[in-house]
Design a protein around this ligand. Structure first.
Ligand code: GDP
Length: 196
């Protein structure tokens, strides 16, 4: 299942600039370079969908994409590339907290981690938040094509083990934007969350 009509909706620098909190949305989060833009593009079968989030100076924005009426995917900012000061970073953290804690239409959070570098501080921060908020979380272990299938499976098992005490709804899978591995599985879940 793919949606070909996905369209860039809007960017928000501040929580209060987000589009109306109606319907349902699924947010994508990950450290810089986790493969988030590639995943969003592949999931929506568009090459340039998430490019906006790569434009220098726009990296700290929430980017909203319409996939159907009142159904949205949200590209949350990563950390790393953006050479911003501590103050900007702190301000940004506040806006992300605001979004995550107040957004009623947020149905679930997709956390993307490079299969070769899982469970860094940023990932734990989001996992902890998800646990507190009882928000359904789905982990994509990205760039699975960079490892042998066996090695990728082993990582999946290890990460699953590491997260076995996570209190809220949590699922995990391997994913590759390059090979298409896990595409269907990811879309099935997103479709459920969005009630498409
Ligand atoms: P973002 O910063 O999280 O948005 O990451 P990008 O989507 O821009 O990807 C970061 C880098 O990893 C780019 O060079 C991509 O080409 C590469 N990449 C992303 N997904 C995959 C994947 O599934 N397989 C491989 N081999 N490389 C990938």
């Amino acid at each position: 299942r793919q949606l070909h009509s996905t369209q860039f909706l809007t960017s928000a620098q501040l929580y209060k600039q987000c589009p109306p909190d109606e319907g349902r949305e699924v947010a994508f989060a990950g450290r810089s370079n986790a493969g988030k833009s590639s995943a969003l593009n592949r999931l929506c079968s568009q090459k340039t969908l998430a490019r906006t989030s790569k434009t220098p100076g726009r990296t700290q924005l929430l980017n909203f994409f319409d996939v159907a009426e009142d159904r949205r995917l949200v590209d949350l900012p990563g950390y790393g590339y953006a050479k911003v000061g501590a103050q900007t970073r702190q301000q940004w953290q506040k806006e992300l907290d605001g979004y995550l804690s107040q957004r009623q239409s947020l149905a679930g959070l997709i956390l993307l981690m490079d299969v070769r570098h899982p469970l860094k501080d940023f990932d734990h921060m989001l996992l902890d938040w998800g646990a507190k908020a009882e928000m359904p979380l789905h982990v994509l272990l990205t760039k699975a094509d960079k490892l042998s299938y066996g090695a990728a499976k082993t990582t999946l098992m290890n990460v699953r083990k590491a997260l076995k005490d996570h209190p809220g709804p949590l699922s995990l899978q391997l994913f590759s934007s390059t090979s298409g591995l896990g595409l269907e599985e990811a879309w099935d879940l997103i479709g459920q969350w969005l009630e498409l």
